[in-house]
Ligand binder design. Sequence first.
Ligand code: HEC
Length: 119
Amino acid sequence: MLKIIFVTVFIAAPFTAMAQTSPENNAQPSGDAGHGKILFISDGCSECHGTVGQGGVGPHLAPKPLPAEAIASYIRHPAGVMPPYAASVVSDADVADIASYLRSVPAQPKLGSLPELND
Ligand code: HEC
């Protein structure tokens, strides 16, 4: 028993702590859709692009969003009325999460495929 406690506290714990704090661990090329949804709303993107990126004042971004790199380069230097977002405000990792969220939005069903509309 004591040996297990020793192994957990003195050997495993430092590795766990390292895993949580190492910068490599924060690199998420595929993005975290759940966190991306929170950011999409808290960063204000949803105000103009709709809660699920369906469009509004701004164009629709989902269900087939631009790649994360293209979104990042656009939001840093928008061409029209959209306000710019510096990397210090919305990091590349945040953009990867936002892109992942937008990719997770299901496509709208085709109108003719809804039974309610075919009665
Ligand atoms: C104040 C409204 C507003 C906010 C807030 C906003 N956008 Fe936009 N966005 C626009 C408009 C309008 C456009 C169309 C081009 C332009 O005017 O810049 C656009 C264009 C874009 C485009 C290019 C789309 C394309 O198909 O070329 C991307 C990507 C984008 N926005 C992402 C975002 C993200 C991500 C956020 C949040 C970090 C955000 N926007 C916040 C209004 C907004």
